[in-house]
Design a protein around this ligand. Structure first.
Ligand code: HPA
Length: 285
């Protein structure tokens, strides 16, 4: 199957065009951008002085097909005063089988001048200590499908180092903020499952044996693209359910959306305060 996304020279040309459009629409790049996953949309509703552009107006950006995503880029200021970019909607590999759908957005952000990418998602939990409604700070990931958005690229930089993919300083900042707010926040390993079907209980037992703490259908291709582009990465997972076989509840997309909505306001409040913290890190000035 041919890719639904631009590749090679066409992708490079699209990214150059995006850089001009982003500058013309928003001016200078904010230091931090956020990909809002399921449940996290309300974070963008808390921004003021907002400007927005639809993905459809940015060459090469995907038009995702998942219910609950809006597909626009919003730039604005958090209640705490941090200027940020928020991507409302992401391409998932399960939509097309192609894992390069976020290449244009992530590389456009980098050439525009963004330095850090905060990824958010909805996940299933493999740990009783992280029940539905809780957040997990991703410390590392498992690429279970062993798919890479860098396949087919040329040059040495495709062999990019993933040994510290989730930035240690950003993680410390998240843990410190949670402690100050009296909020439980455990670090954990995120396992990417291709989907769109949920996992079997046997798969979840396998992922647990591998060291997974949370499982979801996104994020890992985005992290790889961001690290390859030279962006620093943080990731927060909103737990919407116990993973398959760990509770009596049958897993449905409706259930995860319902739980994402229920936990979303608290998660978005934490995200907003976290972005304020990142904005004052000396290493991001
Ligand atoms: N599995 C995969 N993706 C998910 C889950 C899950 O249990 N919950 C939310 N996204």
């Amino acid at each position: 199957m041919s890719s639904p996304y631009l590749q090679g020279d066409a992708l490079n040309a699209a990214i150059a065009a995006c850089e001009s459009t982003l500058k013309a629409t928003f001016g200078d790049a904010p230091r931090v951008a956020v990909v809002l996953g399921s449940g996290w949309a309300s974070a963008s509703e808390q921004l003021s002085d907002v400007k927005r552009i639809s993905y459809a107006e940015l060459p090469g950006w995907p038009v995702p097909t998942v219910e609950g995503h809006v597909n626009e880029l919003v730039v604005g200021t958090t209640p705490g005063g941090a200027r940020v970019a928020m991507l409302r909607g992401r391409a998932h590999t399960y939509e097309s089988g192609d894992c390069t759908g976020m290449a244009a957005p992530i590389r456009s952000l980098k050439v525009w001048g963004v330095q850090a990418l905060v990824l958010t998602n909805a996940s299933g939990s493999l740990r009783a200590a992280n029940p539905p409604g809780s957040l997990v700070l991703v410390s590392d990931h498992l690429n279970a499908p062993q798919r890479s958005p860098l396949v087919g690229l040329r040059g040495m930089d495709r062999f990019c180092d993933m040994s510290a993919a989730y930035d240690a300083e950003f993680r410390r900042a998240a843990l410190a903020l949670a402690a100050e707010r009296g909020m439980a926040l455990n670090e954990g390993v995120y396992c990417w499952a291709l989907g769109p079907q949920f996992e079997t209980p046997a798969e979840i037992r396998m992922f647990a044996a591998w060291g997974a703490d949370a499982v979801g259908m996104s994020t890992v291709p985005d992290t790889i693209l961001a690290r390859h582009a030279g962006l620093r990465v943080a990731c927060l997972a909103l737990i919407t359910n116990m993973a398959a076989g760990m509770s009596d509840e049958a897993l449905t997309h409706e259930l995860t959306l319902k739980e994402a909505k229920a936990g979303g306001a608290r998660a978005s409040g934490f995200l907003s305060a976290y972005l304020d913290r990142l904005a004052v890190l000396p290493s991001l000035q």
